[in-house]
Design a protein around this ligand. Structure first.
Ligand code: HEM
Length: 433
């Protein structure tokens, strides 16, 4: 903003507002004239998709809340009433429940993009950390939302997860009782989970504002990992990035709609269509799919580590698996940012991605026999990737030769012709060599 602003209000009212509170100028400078690297690919559309999904979740959630009863006697029936009696209630609920899954698909792809292109590296450490905070808030929100329909998985999932906290020495039981509002999952638990499930998305929205603010200070990375050096390296956000983001969103919404209209219960658990019964434990208690890798890590620690018993060890490993993300900017010691120029990192990254999916599958299996051993090996690789491979690779890997600039990389890819083209022109296909 400020000195670099190209905004000039065209109407009298526009000038009047601009002199008093230049919000339209802020929007224009951030989402219209804002320069973005000209070589962004579709992996860079997930941030926008996430913003869209956050908005959709808040909208459907607020309307659902108008029909929901946060009372253990009525919660299950109130959700069934939404499904059967409320106009388009089934659509609202399926949008919200599947929207949560889609939100997590998008966030995992967004994080993977960050890991692949080294988005977290200096000067974007704070941007990354804000992202990690958003992710933690998303996990808490999703967990509490799943308890609200008061089905069997709601109840038993909440019982198991809040039980983890008792593993913390000294304060564990106190923390658990604070979460539950008593000694077991019951009406006070449902009430506070509903209050927090309503509150947290707005906190997420607040952190997203900081996230995007930080992004606009340092600018976006790009697939080469080279910083913007001249005007020819960038194009204006609108129309170039807006149109690309819009296409990404449309494709994503088609996938979302497919789940909502054809497989609305595929990602849920059938036991949650049975009302919560504290006297009947389900055969397998499984969390939602997006927590499964961490659930596998939790259950992989079946042994005591010195004074730490296996239960505390599992809880520490599970929280450690998320905590380690916060330190990624300092664990990666490479001078080169993008995996496109790091042959070994690229290999280990894809192994990491496959391993994370495998951990998710293991989390859905019973914790017995070969599954336990596989979970232990997968957990080992998960931590080794961050704590051993990332720091060491930076010291030993020989990166490929980097292009001189973003423009040079783009022109080389498209036939290597011509001098740098004016801002905004070079990305058009007719300029291909
Ligand atoms: C509600 C969740 C989130 C929203 C709405 C959001 C939004 C955005 C947007 C709009 C961008 C710019 C476009 C793009 O690069 O895709 C972005 C970039 C970025 N986000 Fe997020 N984000 C979210 C969660 C996260 C999480 C969980 C992380 C990491 C743990 C993260 C890390 C980053 C980083 C490092 C960048 C810079 C990318 C680059 O320039 O290379 N974000 N985010």
């Amino acid at each position: 903003m400020g000195a670099h602003s190209t905004y000039s209000p065209k109407t009298g009212i526009g000038r009047w507002v601009d002199a008093r509170m230049p919000l339209p100028r802020l929007v224009h400078d951030s989402f219209v004239s804002f320069p973005v690297p000209r070589n962004l690919n579709y992996a860079y559309t997930f941030g926008g998709i996430l913003a869209l999904m956050l908005g959709a979740q808040i909208l459907t959630g607020v309307v659902l809340a108008m029909h929901y009863a946060a009372d253990t006697r009525f919660a299950f029936q109130s959700v069934e009433k939404v499904m059967r009696d409320v106009n388009s209630g089934w659509l609202l609920r399926y949008l919200h429940a599947n929207g949560a899954s889609m939100f997590f698909i998008a966030v995992y792809l967004h994080i993977a993009r960050g890991l692949y292109y080294g988005s977290y590296k200096q000067p974007r450490e704070l941007l990354w950390i804000l992202g990690c905070i958003i992710y933690l808030l998303m996990m808490a929100t999703g967990f509490m939302g799943y308890v609200l329909p008061w089905g069997q998985m709601s109840f038993w999932g909440a019982t198991v997860i809040t039980g983890f906290f008792t593993a913390i020495p000294l304060v564990g039981e106190w923390v658990q009782q604070l979460l539950l509002g008593g000694f077991a999952v019951d009406n006070p638990t449902l009430n506070r989970f509903f209050a927090l499930h309503y509150l947290l998305p707005f906190m997420i929205a607040g952190v997203v504002v900081l996230h995007i603010w930080a992004l606009h200070v340092v600018g976006q990375t790009n697939p080469t990992g080279i910083e913007v050096k001249s005007k020819t390296d960038t194009v204006a956000f609108t129309p170039y990035a807006t149109v690309k983001d819009a296409l990404g969103m449309i494709v994503f919404l088609i996938l979302f709609s497919y789940f909502v209209f054809y497989l609305p219960n595929y990602l849920g658990h059938p036991d949650n269509y049975t009302i919560a019964n504290p006297l009947k434990t389900p055969a397998h208690i499984v969390p939602e799919w997006y927590y499964l890798p961490f659930y596998a890590i939790l259950r992989a620690i079946t042994f005591n580590i010195g004074p730490i018993d296996s239960k505390l060890g599992g809880v520490l490993a599970m929280f450690g698996a998320i905590a380690v993300l916060f330190f990624v900017p300092w664990l990666d010691t490479s001078r080169v940012r993008s995996a496109a120029y790091r042959p070994w990192y690229k290999l280990f990254f894809w192994l990491f991605a496959i391993n994370a999916i495998f951990l998710g599958w293991l989390g859905s299996r019973p914790a017995e026999g070969a599954y336990v051993i596989m979970s232990q090996l997968s957990t080992l690789y998960y931590f080794a990737f961050f704590l051993v491979i990332m720091p060491l690779l930076g010291l030993f890997e020989t990166p490929r030769k980097l292009p001189g600039s973003i423009t040079e990389a783009v022109l080389a890819k498209h036939g290597g012709h011509g001098a740098a083209l004016p801002q905004g022109a070079a990305a058009a296909p007719e300029h291909k060599g």
